[in-house]
Design a protein around this ligand. Structure first.
Ligand code: MN
Length: 341
């Protein structure tokens, strides 16, 4: 894959002289959001820019090992006003790994106050919503980290990818592709992995840090949700699971603990689609996964005010848990009637 020449030149023009730059990633930042922000931040800093990485809320604890992650400003609970200060004075705002300002929640009004900054999108989600001054939107890319790696390679040369950048980029490339197993993985993704590996990163260490560093509570919560909460219907082809605030408390839930649970029903033969409902203080987070041609991006858009990718999407519900589940089951029926399932 290549980033278009014109876009590279436009970006080069924007970054010609040192600027004050803010990098933004989405709410509930994952390995791809954090990894792409940190790597892009490092290369920009090396080229003389003043860069601040801002995330709307805290990243999951198992990403704590990522190089320079402590430098990220977490907007929620940022008593020193560092995010506000950085956004107010930014000349350029980069949005990484999301495609609509609504994924910034409380941060979006702050961004609106800065009307002079150039806005640049670097993302791989379908159908970008907002207007940006420069859009690097590549839905066919398997991760935003892969896009950032390509950008650095094309703009500055692969030799500018340091070991710490490679570590951060590898995390997102690995997590967003389910360990390089999704259909979005191309030969060029493996070429890029080889470029990253050549910097001396330890792939086994990264793997252990990301996948084998959970708490006991998370393991028990997983057992509970699979054994007690997974419902399978539609002739064994559709599943859903739910977690109430009460259950989360019972298993000492921490941000990120339920990450990946939604994928598990898809390990069952013939399963086509899986949903996970997680109760938050004022809404229920909906996560959707599917196999093959089943389009959960469309499903999320239609029924849960959301979106994402064809096989991985999300949204929100403002109903009770019980009604959310009823709504989901009814929507599955409608989807099947239309031949979409
Ligand atoms: Mn991503």
């Amino acid at each position: 894959m290549q980033i278009s020449r014109n876009k590279i030149e436009e970006l080069r023009g924007l970054l010609e002289t040192p600027h004050r730059i803010v990098l933004l990633a989405h709410t509930n930042p994952d390995g791809d959001a954090v990894g792409s922000s940190l790597a892009w931040c490092e290369i920009l800093q090396r080229h003389g820019h003043h860069v601040t990485c801002v995330v709307p809320n805290r990243y999951p604890y198992y990403l704590d090992f990522m190089p320079s992650i402590d430098s990220m400003v977490v907007y929620k609970g940022d008593s020193e006003g560092r995010a506000e200060e950085a956004v107010r004075h930014a000349d350029i705002i980069f949005c990484l790994d999301f495609h609509t300002m609504s994924r910034l929640e409380g941060l979006s009004s702050l961004i609106d106050e800065n009307q002079h900054a150039k806005r640049v999108l670097i993302d791989h989600h379908l159908d970008p919503v907002e207007d940006f001054d420069l859009m690097l939107s590549y839905p066919e890319a398997s991760s935003t980290c892969y896009l950032v790696a390509l950008l650095v390679e094309q703009m500055y040369g692969a030799e500018h990818i340091t070991k710490s950048m490679a570590e951060n980029l590898f995390v997102g490339m690995m997590t967003d592709t389910g360990n390089f197993a999704f259909s979005s993985v191309t030969p060029d993704v493996f070429r890029m992995v080889s470029v990253l590996a050549a910097t001396g990163i330890s792939i086994p260490d990264i793997h252990v840090n990301v996948y084998n560093s959970f708490t006991e509570g998370r393991a028990r919560l997983f057992g509970h949700v699979i054994n007690r909460k997974m419902k399978i219907f539609h002739n064994g082809t559709v599943a859903h699971m739910s977690l109430t605030a009460d259950e989360l408390r019972r298993f000492w839930f921490q941000q990120g603990d339920s990450e990946g649970f939604v994928n598990y029903p898809l390990t069952i033969k013939k399963m086509k689609m899986s949903a996970m409902f997680t109760e938050h203080s004022d809404f229920i987070r909906v996560s959707l996964r599917s196999r093959g041609d089943i389009d959960v991006n469309l499903f999320a858009q239609r029924y849960f005010n959301g979106g994402g990718h064809r096989n991985a999407a999300g949204g929100k519900s403002f109903m009770t848990m019980e009604d959310t589940i009823k709504h989901y089951e009814a929507c599955v029926k409608e989807y099947a009637r239309e031949g979409l399932l």
